[in-house]
Ligand binder design. Sequence first.
Ligand code: GLU
Length: 315
Amino acid sequence: MLDEYKNAKRLVIKIGSALLIKDGAINRARLVGLAQDIDAARKEGREIIVVSSGALALGCARLGLGRSSLSLEQSQAAAATGQIALVQGWQEALGAYDIDAAQILLTFDNTEEWQGYLNARGTLQSLIKMGVVPIINENDTVATQELRYGDNDRLAARVANMISAECLVLLSDVDGLYTKSPKTNPDEAEHIARVENITDDILAMGGESDSTFGSGGMITKLAAAKIATEAGCHMILTSGRTTNPLAALEAGKERRNTIFVAKGTPAISRAVHSNWVAGRLTAARALTAAESVTIARGATTHTIASGAEKALRRG
Ligand code: GLU
């Protein structure tokens, strides 16, 4: 087992739409498998926080809408419709193990503005203390085109910083970082098992998203890795295509993953304010300047990774 995973008491697990939603419905087998993993991890004394996508995909299916032609209002309506089904699915799956779930919908402001950050952090800490599993998503219904994450990879990294998690696990349709895209360059792509420093060479390995509903791609995963590791949280990128992905990490099976190693520990940056500053998206921290686009909002300047920005503008 990866030591970084083994030693983590507080874990944030992020699962994307491409894994959780199949043919317009929740992939029950996958959700049930994950709930089983969460139960097992909690019985070992770990605290689990979930960041789950899927609202938009579910909502579009229910309302018979095609993703590509949606206006902002339509996608917000679809996300609102899908979110209720998404949390219901989580509640049922965790309820089977007698685990209470809570829905948390966050906006960009809730993580990037000081008062919002404190409020969200306080609620999450209380839920964790009460033994409830928070199921977090972006509040797509009220998010504006200009100011939102659009991808749950970076949102999950910010949440991990917010609650001083020791490890963030991104369940993905790929089993880690490759030097080139394994889909388009299967012969040349080399897997990278461990990243100690997110250098420009590593960032250059990011690509575009190729899933229909997920907004992420390797580019937002690398941005998430940077946010998490700089605030003392390890990030593991692993395949969620197996039914029990956490059990597989636990067992240390011969599977490929990529671990992005934290700089320091969350304890060092546990001071609330420094943790907030450490991961804040206002600095061009995720990608190189050439790859980032600056969105000015009044006196405040927010910088969003270009890949995510393109994803925001899609549809
Ligand atoms: N919040 C979006 C949803 O629930 C997903 C964002 C993402 O793809 O990461 O559909």
